[in-house]
Write a protein that binds this ligand. Structure first.
Ligand code: 8OZ
Length: 370
């Protein structure tokens, strides 16, 4: 018998009631149909297989052509993409699952080859990230382009891109949306002072740096209602060459404001697999969790290199309410069922994480049922 009673218990947040606290983390798999970055039957099958999750959060999905930063990631701005996603949400709902779309604008983590008419990628400030992206099968990984700073007059247009993305997600039948505010993409670039050196009302103080993320969140909440909106942060993450001089203060304030908006959840990348969970990590995420919940927000979702045993312990200690699993979900479509029997778990093959076909995607077996 499993001892994962907390992890497998139901949880309510906002307008959502989930069958368990085993959430599926957003995972870039780069398998949309081409041309047009369209979700198709292969993707529907992959998500259908994982419908016993308490909540599936889709792979990051660009809200506009400008918001794209990698070849083969899906979009949510054309009718074809909306139809493709409808096929995905129908598949998950048929199996009794719940699914949120992750709304994504990459900002400076892009390349002119991926932008409409070879345009320059946009960012809060014209600072190139020491990072790479994937532009095509032929080019492979290449350094990201130098971005241009968005003019203040363009920022309402960014908010509008997120609003339209949320409207399209609603049309596609999603139960809600998660705003991608993590991992060095556009909203994170505004939030952290390493990438935001603006001197207008969108840069400088924490209140200024979180202004655009909060405008975006309010627009998305107008579409879905706060009870169907989550927000993802990675306060200590360094991926995509980003950093902040005071993560506890910056993300504590952001979490407070998101809590005041009564969002369904805040989702924190606490550590990448293999990273040590040290005191600073614990301190910053405690600030984020408590700030969000004390201000009126819903639940806290932890993520990053946790085993089911760690997850159970952290829930029982009140350090998280649910856990999003990434790598474990790649190899184990029936993860909650496996947790219930204490495994066994399939290993995930890293060589098939990004791009390709059904291999390493929809061919991981569910457990034999006896
Ligand atoms: C891995 C490769 C490409 C994109 C993220 C959307 O880190 C991503 C991503 C991850 O949030």
């Amino acid at each position: 018998m499993s001892s994962h009673t907390n992890l497998l218990s139901t949880v309510s947040f906002g307008e959502i009631e989930s069958q368990n606290r085993v959430f599926m983390a957003p995972l870039t798999r780069s398998r949309s149909q081409q041309p047009g970055d369209v979700p198709w039957d292969l993707n529907a099958e992959y998500y259908r297989q994982r419908a016993s999750s308490g909540l599936i959060i889709t792979e990051a999905t660009q809200i506009s052509p400008q918001g794209k930063g990698y070849a083969f990631t899906p979009g949510i701005y054309t009718d074809e993409q909306i139809q493709g996603w409808k096929n995905v949400t129908d598949a998950v709902h048929e199996e009794g699952g719940k699914i949120f779309l992750q709304l994504w604008h990459v900002g400076r983590i892009s390349h002119t080859d991926l932008q409409p008419d070879g345009a320059t990628p946009v960012a809060p400030s014209a600072i190139r990230a020491e990072s790479q992206t994937y532009t095509s099968k032929e080019s492979g990984m290449v350094p990201v382009s130098e971005p241009r700073a968005l003019d203040a007059s363009e920022l309402p247009g960014i908010v509008e891109q997120f609003r339209v993305g949320a409207l399209n997600a609603k049309k596609a039948g999603f139960d809600g949306v998660e705003i991608h505010g993590a991992n060095g993409y556009l909203l994170d670039q505004f939030t952290r002072d390493g990438s935001n050196q603006r001197t207008d009302s969108y840069g400088g103080s924490v209140a200024n740096r979180i202004r655009l993320p909060l405008e975006v969140t309010r627009a998305v909440v107008e579409v879905f209602g706060a009870g169907r909106v989550g927000y993802r942060v990675s306060p200590l993450g360094l991926f995509n060459d980003i950093n902040d001089s005071n993560p506890a203060e910056t993300f504590g304030e952001l979490a407070t404001e998101l809590g005041k908006l009564k969002l369904a959840y805040i989702h924190a990348v606490e550590a990448f697999a293999g990273m040590v969970r040290d005191d600073e990590n614990e301190r910053v995420h405690t600030v984020v969790r408590e700030s969000f919940k004390n201000a009126g927000g819903g639940i806290y979702v932890g993520n990053g290199g946790l085993t089911p045993e760690d997850a159970e312990e952290r829930i029982s200690e009140g350090k998280t309410d649910a856990v999003a699993f990434g790598t474990l979900y790649i190899g184990n479509p029936d993860l909650p069922e496996r947790i219930a029997t204490d495994g066994p778990y399939n290993d995930a093959d890293q060589s098939t994480f990004y791009g390709g076909d059904a291999t390493g995607y929809t061919d991981y077996p569910a457990m034999e049922t006896v």
